[in-house]
Design a protein around this ligand. Structure first.
Ligand code: GDG
Length: 547
């Protein structure tokens, strides 16, 4: 079996560079199985057709396609980024639908499918990424591909009402239903997906269309390469000259507040500048003691809403600087070009606060990277929008805010800047344990295992129960595997079927609960499980048994 990953862009890796979050998870999975990564090259083809090239690194082939420019516009800048992206981020006001763009979107997905069909073998597994490629499984099925096909949505799932307003909502629903497994960042996204599909099915049933059962779907919150990012942050110098010029001027008495977002209206950068201005007006004692550093690389500038957002961002930045003129250190710095990754990691580590305040975000890897970059002895504080997927995982440690309410950001900034070392450490510990447990490799591994039809993910924790003289047959291997965002399956496998133990655990507030079913050897097992830190409940045939 080979793994085929398909995404709009491909990060062709030479193994030398330090790629970003999603890339690492995907590359790890590709290297583990051997595979192929297919995506757009970033270039237009010259004669209106598709040309592809393949570069091999180790056991991974990177296939990039040049796409015909007249179709690419409608696919990328049209339906993907002026219909699906705004819909998925609650901005139906920015939707610019045209049937021509949708045709181009389907056409380009068909071109991807043609390329894949040329390369696929019968046992290969296909993992498709993100909103650009929703129709790809359907296009593959139409070409006779019977392989397992999974889809992961990096953005939030759109509000079902908004999706239903699209003239092509039926085609979108049928495209989603062509997958064997769909993965989402949060429970809320999964629920929205289910609502959309069940309403769509109900409307299609009215037309007496025969329906099969809905596709499998689950929550797979994306992780980062935590250990690698931590060591980069610890070891790296800020070599980016623009960033180092800023940090060199920050004396020990001045704290940096850092943000890094693509310049996108979903990231609410102008609103962040305004909230920061409000913070300084309400707390003038911080006037000379903090500096907001915003890294915001510009992209998608061919789309009017992005050009407008860049202008709004620059204007809010100018207003902030004009209202808070300082002799030595500017109140804020805005870098609209990309910074190298080690410099960014090192800057995260040197910043007292990570300020991550999008209006809406599928996950937000910057939040996780900021946490991973911190010094365990003296960690900074994460201020995080409640409307990010990351908030679901990091709520135990981050200060959650509503980016539409400047005052909630103001309060959190003050709390962050005044927080003592003990509380900072306690909050950071909660976040880092989540980020370590669900890193990029675990994310990709969980998805792929699930797509292959095996519910158990790679072992994330395990303990072994040795045989004893009293119960020689009670040798049980006990393991906890993560099956979804907040659910663990506790399994114990014995040398005899009657010792099989299966249960569920919800990590919740840290209390771990194992439910076990067993008969012979159960006391030994329970003792061991408890001493491994689990509380236990014995399940009989009719439910829990009192111990
Ligand atoms: C989409 C979803 C979801 C940013 N500036 C620079 C730079 N970055 C890196 C960050 C981070 C990545 O880009 C951005 O990831 P995010 O998750 O924050 O946001 P999106 O780009 O919108 O990503 C999002 C993600 O997919 C994964 O599923 O979390 O919700 O929208 O890694 O560090 N990297 C460098 N220079 C920069 O200037 N090197």
């Amino acid at each position: 079996m080979r793994l085929f990953v398909v995404s709009n862009r491909v990060a062709v890796s030479t193994g030398q560079s330090a790629p970003g979050g999603m890339t690492v998870g995907i590359e790890g999975a590709l290297r583990a199985h051997g595979g192929v990564w297919v995506g757009w090259s970033g270039k237009a083809s010259t004669d209106g057709s598709v040309s592809s090239r393949c570069v091999a690194h180790g056991n991974v082939d990177y296939v990039t396609l040049d796409l015909p420019p007249e179709k690419f516009q409608g696919y990328y800048a049209g339906f993907a980024n002026q219909v699906l992206w705004p819909l998925c981020h609650g901005r139906r006001d920015l939707v610019a639908y045209s049937s021509g763009d949708f045709e181009s979107y389907l056409h380009v997905n068909g071109l991807f499918a043609d390329e894949l069909v040329r390369r696929l073998g019968p046992d290969d597994l296909i993992w498709i990424h993100d909103y650009h490629l929703v129709p790809l499984a359907r296009a593959l099925r139409a070409r006779g591909v019977g392989s397992r096909i999974g889809f992961f949505l990096h953005t939030p799932f759109a509000d079902p009402d908004d999706l239903f307003d699209l003239p092509v909502h039926g085609a979108i629903a049928e495209s989603l239903e062509a997958y064997d497994l769909l993965g989402f960042q949060t429970r809320g996204d999964l629920e929205s997906f289910r609502t959309f599909i069940s309403r769509s099915r109900a409307s299609r049933r009215l037309g007496s269309v025969h329906l099969t059962s809905p596709p499998r779907a689950d929550v797979f919150p994306i992780g980062i390469e935590t250990a690698e990012f931590e060591s980069t942050a610890r070891a790296a110098q800020i070599v980016d000259t623009r960033l180092s010029a800023i940090f060199d001027r920050l004396g020990s008495g001045i704290a940096a507040i850092i943000s890094a977002d693509r310049l996108d209206y979903s990231k609410a950068i102008p609103e962040k500048f305004r909230a920061f201005g409000a913070f300084l007006e309400l707390h003038p004692e911080y006037e000379e003691r903090v500096c907001l550093v915003q890294v915001a690389p510009i992209g998608r500038s061919e789309i009017p809403a992005y050009a407008l957002e860049a202008a709004r961002t620059r204007s809010a930045y100018r207003d902030l600087r004009a209202a808070h003129q300082r002799a030595e250190l500017p109140v804020a710095e805005l870098l609209t070009e990309s910074v190298d990754r080690p410099s960014l990691a090192a800057a995260f580590r040197r910043s007292r606060v990570g300020l991550v305040t999008p209006f809406r975000d599928g996950m937000n890897l910057v939040a996780k990277e900021y946490v991973a970059a911190q010094d365990a002895d003296d960690p900074g504080v994460l201020v995080l929008s409640s409307f990010t997927g990351a908030a679901e995982e990091l709520s135990g440690g981050a200060l959650l805010v509503d980016p539409r309410e400047a005052l909630s950001v103001v309060r959190a900034l003050r709390q962050a800047l005044e927080m003592g070392i003990e509380e900072r450490r306690a909050r950071w510990s909660k976040m880092i344990s989540v980020i370590c447990r669900n890193d990029a490799a675990a994310w990709a591994g969980n998805f792929i295992e699930s797509l292959r039809g095996r519910r158990e993910a790679p072992h994330l924790r395990s303990t072994s129960i040795a045989p004893s003289r009293d119960a020689p047959r009670a040798r049980l291997d006990f393991r906890a595997v993560r099956t979804a965002q907040s659910s663990w399956e506790v399994q114990a496998v014995s040398d005899r079927a009657r010792h099989l133990v299966v249960g569920r655990a919800a990590p919740g507030d840290g209390a771990r609960t194992a439910f076990v079913t067993n008969n012979a050897g159960v006391n030994e097992f329970l003792l061991r499980v408890r001493s491994a830190g689990y509380t236990t409940e014995l399940l009989g045939p009719n439910g829990p048994v009192k111990l």
